[in-house]
Every structure is written in C-alpha cells, then in structure tokens.
Design a protein. Structure first.
Length: 370
C-alpha cells in the first residue's frame, strides 16, 4: 500500500555520530553503563512511532491520547539526560525534549513548558559543546514550531505567507545543503494555492534540489502536488458508480451545482475526526445547490460500510478497494488525508485542500459567483 505523505514536521532529531574515542571505549571496556544507555536510547527511538493506533472519534479523544503519550516521552527523555549527562546523544535528547515541550505547551496552553523549551534551545545554541552541524537541527526545530503556531485563520493571508516564506529562505541561506530544504519548500508551497504560478515555481525548485534515492517519497509527493496545481481552475472530469447506492456519477452532469469532494479512509484518524464536520456542512445546503461526494481510500468494503453507517453518510461514495494505488486517486494526485475539494458551478477545481473550518463560507462564496 502506498503510504500517505504528510505535512513535514520536526518529530525527532537525527542520531548524532558517536565520537571515535567513546566508540572504542565501548568496544574494549564493554561498559554496563553504556549498554544501559544504548538500551534506554532505543526506548527513546521506539517512541518516535507515536501513540498506538486508535480509532479516535473526536478531537478531544485525539488530544487526550496525544498529551498522555507526550508525558511518557518527556519522562523518558528527562531520565536519559539525568542518567547519562556525558553521553554524546544528550544533545539529541535535549533537542527532542525542547521540541516536545513546545508542542505540548501549545496543545494544553502550558506557558511554563513553552518557556522551558525556549530556554533549552537557547542553551543548546550558546553551548560550545553543540557541534556546528547540530545548529541546523536547532534552527529547523524552531522554524517548524513557528510554522505550527501560525493561526490557520491567517495562513491564507499574504503577509503570513510572506513571513513564513522569508523564514524558510533564511534557513535555506544559512544551511543551503541541508537535506530538509526541499521538504520545507514543498511545505511552504501549500500556502500558495491562490497563486498557482508561484506555487508551481516553489515545487519545481524543491524537486530540483532533492538528492539521493532516499527522497523518492518526497519526489512522488511533489510530483503529485504539481499534478494537482495543473488541475486548478480547470474542469474536473470524473465518472464512476457509487459503491453505496449504485448511483452513476459524472461531474460534467453536476455542472450548475457546487460539488464537494471529500477524500477519506477508515484507517486515517484525522479523516474520521473531520468526517462528521464535513457531513454537517453538507447538510446545510440544498442538493439543488451543492452535491457532496466521497472518495474512499479504504481497502476493505466492510470498513467503509461501518464508517458510512456510523457517521450517517448517504452521499455517493467511490470505492475500488485499491487504496493509494487506485487509478482514480493516482490520477488526481492525492497524497494526504483528509483532503477536501470544491468544484464551482462550471465544474472547475477551486482549491487543493479547503479547510473544513472554511468550507461553508467557501461554498457560499462559490454560490454567489455567476
């Protein structure tokens, strides 16, 4: 199954190299303390996978589970830092802790956690023990946190876009060879849906700066993004038979209406969390004005049936059981869930991922157009 590409975020620092002296000492002395440190470090790395998969039904459930998981991560990191102060991986541990505290502080409004995070970043930047190559990790962590903190309501504003782009350019100037620059450019390009030419230029710059086979997934993501950019403001043509009610869907026959298209899957908690909100938005409009459609990336028909029954979804749903490899999904360049598209009365695609919080206003705006 083709994995979804996701929004780039600083989830963990990369392993720092163990200095030759420490490595030889470990080889020849077989220090039990070092063995313990290695074991404890593996525990830290294992937590990078995130909280166990769960079918969170609400944002609050997801938030509570995330905070509980953060508490486990925080304790593990603090224990490592306290037990092994001379271990070269302590810099990584502190960097992880600073990022974790910042995210947790934002999530639960804990200013004390935010302040401690800022203090750790400052200490790492000022410390002569911090290698120069790790300064890029610190700068990237601070940049990713800044991007996370941008108010979604303002993210479409020109001033916000320019501020974020300028910060990405500053990182690129300071660390031009950093492997994360292409992903940052691809990420910042998501803010320029209203400026397709500029978005395309950023994506092409990002793709041209990728090196190494390890970045094939990023190349695929950018290729998908470029495919979708080419579709903007053009008629979207789709024909399929709804899996849930047998209705024949042809987007050309829906012209004159606004069409809402929601891409989702039962195995995607964010998509499930948003599904009820999408359903509620759709219910506020007459079917003579707006037609909701669903594109399921599930591979199990029973999972889809359960989802539709549980969430009381009765609009036409596309399903072929092929998930990410579905020819329809591939042709549309979809690479993350959830995704919400709107077609105007002429059938033109009018946005690459409309936020659900803005969907009702966006539909009303399209209805006012002639």
């Amino acid at each position: 199954m083709r994995p979804a590409t996701t929004r780039q975020s600083f989830c963990s620092a990369q392993k720092c190299a163990i200095c030759i002296g420490a490595f030889l000492l470990w080889i020849f002395a077989a220090s039990p303390a070092r063995a313990d440190a290695d074991e404890d470090w593996q525990t830290i790395l294992s937590l990078d996978a995130g909280p166990p998969h769960a079918e969170w039904k609400t944002r609050e459930e997801a938030r509570s589970a995330t905070l509980a998981f953060f508490n486990v991560q925080e304790k593990t990191l603090r224990d490592f830092i306290a037990k092994y102060p001379a271990d070269p991986r302590v810099i990584d541990a502190k960097l992880r802790l600073a990022h974790l505290l910042a995210i947790r502080g934002d999530l639960d409004g804990n200013q004390k956690a935010r302040n401690e995070s800022a203090a750790i970043f400052q200490q790492l930047e000022a410390s002569p023990a911090t290698p120069n190559e790790r300064k890029a990790d610190i700068a990237f962590a601070k940049l990713s946190l800044f991007m996370r903190r941008v108010d979604p309501a303002n993210v479409a504003s020109e001033s916000t876009r320019e501020t974020l782009l300028n910060k990405v350019r500053a990182f690129q100037k300071s660390f031009p060879q950093d492997r994360r620059v292409p992903a940052l450019l691809a990420e910042i390009a998501t803010l320029f849906d209203s400026e397709p030419k500029r978005k395309k230029a950023l994506l092409e710059e990002a793709r041209a700066s990728i090196s190494g086979e390890a970045n094939d997934e990023l190349r695929q993501r950018i290729d998908d993004d470029l495919k979708r950019v080419a579709m903007l403001w053009k008629p979207l043509s789709m024909r399929w038979t709804a899996a849930n009610n047998g209705r024949e869907i042809d987007t050309e026959s829906l012209r004159g209406k606004i069409v809402l298209i929601y891409f989702f899957a039962e195995w995607s908690p964010p998509a499930m969390i948003e599904l009820d909100a999408v359903r509620d938005v759709a219910a506020r409009f007459s079917t003579s004005d707006m037609q909701p459609l669903g594109i399921s990336l599930d591979e199990s028909s029973s999972a889809l049936e359960t989802t539709l029954r549980t969430h009381k979804i009765d609009w036409p749903i596309f399903f072929d059981g092929k998930g990410w490899e579905s020819p329809l999904v591939r042709s549309l360049g979809i690479n993350s869930l959830p995704t919400l598209w709107l077609l105007d009365r002429r059938g033109n695609l009018r946005g690459l991922n409309t936020p659900i919080t803005n969907a009702e206003a966006a539909i009303n705006q399209l209805l006012r157009e002639h």
